[in-house]
Design a binder for this molecule. Structure first.
Ligand code: HEM
Ligand SMILES: *[C@@H]1O[C@H](CO)[C@@H](O)[C@H](O)[C@H]1NC(C)=O
Length: 260
């Protein structure tokens, strides 16, 4: 009995030591939005609200709340929240509901990876599973890559015709494509180390769960990045995506105006 007791306490001690060395991720549970919860078109902001890193009701949100969720949980630098400050300024209120992020022409745009183009009748579109399947099908490996997402961007520009994505929104789509490749990866490439285009790849199983359910794919091994992800880390990916788009658009069907 004594032996069993000391064995048990040894196991408990060993488990505690192990847990301290390999802390289990403390990720708040995912709770899907209810009918009265406010959600917008950004898969990351919605996911943070679904896990309670932003108020689950998605109302009365400020840029500072988003910045706090980014720096304290997601481990991306505060600058990623500048988009929220710019949005609030353009929207005309420091406090907004997530549904307000659908306002066309501020950040929201056509040719999205996951949602059909808005129309005046349908200004608040949700992610479309078929559109997500097409995004994933553009790569024939288990990862989305620079080349696959460049192919997707070209395809979506063509599918939206005759509507044309305004030049000033092209940058948003490239930034979002870069974030899609980096945010679900185990090691998001550090721009300081001059990463090659092949360093950027996002696992499809994680991206599918993130986009379809707006849920952090911890079941597929996702954890917040250990290294703080910088805005600058997106630049090599964006450059590589633009180059790949230019190469793949050989017939010049899509007028690319990324130069300058
Ligand atoms: C780490 C930070 C962020 C990540 C990883 C992220 C990720 C993404 C991705 C991947 C998309 C593209 C969705 C698609 O094309 O279907 C997107 C769209 C969007 N994001 Fe975020 N986002 C971040 C920060 C923000 C912030 C701070 C705001 C402003 C409050 C914001 C507002 C939006 C909006 C309005 C869209 C819709 C664009 C469209 O019409 O497709 N995002 N985001
Ligand atoms: C949001 O703010 C408005 C105005 O102050 C208030 O009436 C409302 O109850 C708030 N909603 C939530 C969910 O906090």
């Amino acid at each position: 009995m004594l032996l069993l007791g000391s064995l048990l306490s040894f196991t408990a001690l060993a488990t505690a030591a192990c847990a301290a060395r390999f802390p289990k991720p403390q990720i708040k549970p995912w709770v899907p939005p209810g009918p009265d919860d406010s959600r917008g078109p950004c898969p990351m902001i919605n996911t943070l609200a679904n896990h309670g890193y932003l108020p689950h009701h998605g109302r009365n949100i400020t840029a500072s709340m988003i910045e706090h969720a980014f720096t304290s949980f997601l481990n991306v630098e505060a600058g990623f929240a500048d988009a929220a400050r710019d949005f609030a300024k353009a929207f005309g209120h420091d406090v907004f509901d997530l549904v307000d992020l659908n306002t066309p022409g501020i950040i929201q745009h056509i040719t999205s990876l996951t949602r059909d183009d808005y129309t005046p009748e349908q200004p608040q579109l949700k992610a479309d599973p078929l559109r997500i399947e097409s995004l994933l099908a553009d790569s024939d490996t288990p990862f989305l890559t620079v080349d696959s997402i460049a192919k997707t961007r070209l395809r979506l520009l063509q599918e939206s015709e005759p509507r044309v994505l305004p030049d000033n929104q092209v940058t948003f789509t490239l930034f979002e494509a870069a974030m899609t490749l980096t945010m679900m990866a185990d090691h998001s490439p550090d721009a300081d180390h001059d990463p090659p285009p092949s360093a950027y790849q996002g696992p499809k199983d994680r991206i599918r769960m993130w986009f379809e359910e707006e849920r952090f794919p911890t079941e597929f091994g996702w954890r917040p990045s250990k290294r703080t992800i910088k805005l600058a880390d997106m630049s090599p990916a964006i450059d590589a995506i633009v180059k790949s788009m230019e190469k793949q658009d050989q017939n010049g069907k899509v007028a690319l105006k990324f130069h300058s």
